[in-house]
Write a protein that binds this ligand. Sequence first.
Ligand SMILES: [Zn+2]
Length: 548
Amino acid sequence: MFSPTYRFVIVIVWVVVTAFVLPSGSTAQTSQLADWKNELAEAIDGKREFTANIVDQIFSFAELGFQEFETSAYLVELLREHGFTVEEGVAGIPTAWVATWGSGRPKISLGTDIDNIPKASQTPGVACHLPLVEGAPGHGEGHNSGMAVQITAALAVKEIMEREGLGGTIQIWPGVAEELVATKAYYVREGMFEDVDIVLYAHVGNNLSTSWGMTPGTGLISAMFTFEGSAAHAGGAPWRGRSAADAVNLMEVGWNFRREHLRTQHRSHSIVYDGGDQPNVVPSKASIWFYFREKNYPQIRDLFAIGDSIAQGAAMMSGTVLDDVRIIGSAWPGHFNQVIAEAMYENIQRVGLPQWAEDDQRFAQATQREVGTFESGLATELSILRPALTEAQRTAGFADDIGDISWNVPTATLSFPSNIPGLPGHHWANAMAMATPIAHKGATQGAMAQAMTLLDFMVRPELVDQAWDYFENIQNREIQYTPFIRPSDQPVTEMNAEIMEEFREEMRKHYYDSDRYDSYLDQLGVSYPTLRQPDGRCTVGSVSEQGN
Ligand SMILES: [Zn+2]
């Protein structure tokens, strides 16, 4: 981020430079830009197969946070093939990377997540629960589609920039381990956004939309509390042991009593991560993992501090020691930029929703029926660009660590319609559409809107300036970003390694081979859409659900 004075000088230089490239006079500029946007839509329409291939390929890799090795290797190679310079292993995270193309200002950064959900394996195009690999992770959030949007958009804009000799830099990066909200604060700490003018983020949704102001959701600290006791023969000499598992249980019980006396806006949940080894050995080590969610920075800090005091109480009661409190992930509640969102929304209106086929709607409704929600089908009307939410309207519970980036650079998120409305989220049902024509069409439409927005900010320096004005004088007027991660914290890159190791070999058999097949559905032999059989069985070819 540059100082306002430095920024002013940069913008002046840039205005002078772009004046030579774009026809002078604002009307000529506007009509030139409109022509280029039409060209972008046409070019991206012609890249449908390319976009769908990225969606399908990442779907088939289905990797959990910090273990996105296949996904990242594939994307890095793809971007290098298309002229990007890629730095790998950024911020000390093996699967993180930053790709850059172009030179000079503005520098516009495109990011989107790539990881997935435990136990969400699902055969795509089948509207009932049919795992590809039983118990394995799957794209039950839809993070396999964002890179297809961002890369297709970037390449289409790059073609115009090259032909017209336009200056400017495009940066692309992956949201590694977003499901653990565990990397973006480290990206910020690493300085990845220090010379970035704006960030255009993309996330799967079920409409083509964007928003500005505070997000409806929360921010959070996710922390692992590890207790140390002492082992003993649980039958022979239990009085000689001190159980770390007791401390874990006491912390959970203590938290659930305290829950009644917390703000109703808060949300919190935990799992026992390590409960000991076997019952006849008094557990000498045990861990419990909490998510502490609240609306704003000070409340999130307070909630974490309450967790810490309950952990100390649990240690005292059980005669154990609170050995370690490790921050696994964290997220600032997001704040999106009005100027970027308004420009993006104009392009959304220009692009409109995909043309859904009857099969897409039939599949969507069958999926909705399967999870017991309204059978509304896919979105056929664009949602509005709502005004900023008041504090009382911020009632949602989710979080995303894009929040941290949004407090360091003007940022907005494009939500694109690659998934079905009304699904539970973080669930196999959310994977059903994610390698079907629904996901493909949604990603293409998203790429069109994103490409147009990228071009807007590339060639209209005044827009970047206005975005910074909102960022500095409205968003950040009273709030100072302070990361939740402490200087000693490091990314938990070993997370999920064991789970992936357990399933990787079996999953590898299902990797998408785009040289041999037209689509992933084609490779899997799934006829689209496949609905539950009249006799209630969930089956495709020789694969069948065990029981119902
Ligand atoms: Zn997500």
